[in-house]
Design a protein around this ligand. Structure first.
Ligand SMILES: CC(C)(COP(=O)(O)OP(=O)(O)OC[C@H]1O[C@@H](n2cnc3c(N)ncnc32)[C@H](O)[C@@H]1OP(=O)(O)O)[C@@H](O)C(=O)NCCC(=O)NCCS
Length: 160
């Protein structure tokens, strides 16, 4: 909830359908409800600690219905380094490498992510890890007075 309500990052990892939705704070009830639904749908969630402090999370779900152009068993990833002081130290990259390994253990052939066009650090992270753009979904989220594109990126998990 803390990260979902942080005005510096909340728009980076949650899509907003409208200005109203973008302004609505995450509450304990809707956060817990979404988390329960995600876990029930089989999402695997890992919490990231730095020196004993919770600083982020990384998760995967296998073959969700919103994948773009599924070519075979595909893991969909999400990553958030929520605490500002923990960013830029290699945690995001290490977390993605870890979740890719988990996906391989579950038989995934592909890894796919979605990243909003304005999120330069995340786009650089995924490119750095070998993800390539496969599609653009226009008007996928609302932020700062307009709608923005969601970029879908994918990588083969068969080669390390
Ligand atoms: C995107 C995010 C996960 C990156 O995690 P991080 O721990 O800060 O990144 P790392 O230190 O592991 O950096 C890995 C690579 O990411 C890229 N990167 C990270 N921060 C960057 C920045 N501020 N500007 C440009 N590239 C950046 C670089 O390619 C970097 O590789 P390099 O160190 O070899 O240059 C993190 O910034 C974050 O959680 N942001 C808020 C939520 C979010 O955007 N989640 C992703 C939604 S799609």
């Amino acid at each position: 909830m803390r990260w979902a309500n942080d005005p510096e990052i909340r728009h980076l990892f949650r899509p907003f359908a409208s200005k109203q939705q973008a302004q609505r704070p995450a509450t304990l009830v809707n956060t817990a409800t979404k988390l329960a639904a995600a876990l029930e749908a089989g999402r695997l969630w890992y919490l990231i600690e730095l020196d004993g402090v919770l600083v982020g999370e990384v998760n995967l779900v296998m073959d969700p219905p919103y994948l773009h152009d599924r070519q075979g068993k595909t893991a969909w990833f999400g990553v958030v380094i929520g605490e500002a002081q923990a960013r830029g130290q290699g945690l995001g990259k290490a977390a993605m490498r870890h979740i890719e390994e988990v996906a391989r253990e579950h038989g995934a052939l592909w890894g796919q992510i979605g990243v909003f066009e304005f999120n330069a650090p995340a786009r650089a992270l995924y490119e750095n890890l070998g993800y390539r753009e496969i599609a653009r979904i226009p008007e996928a989220t609302w932020w700062k007075g307009k709608r923005w594109t969601d970029i879908r990126m994918q990588k083969s998990l068969q080669a390390r």
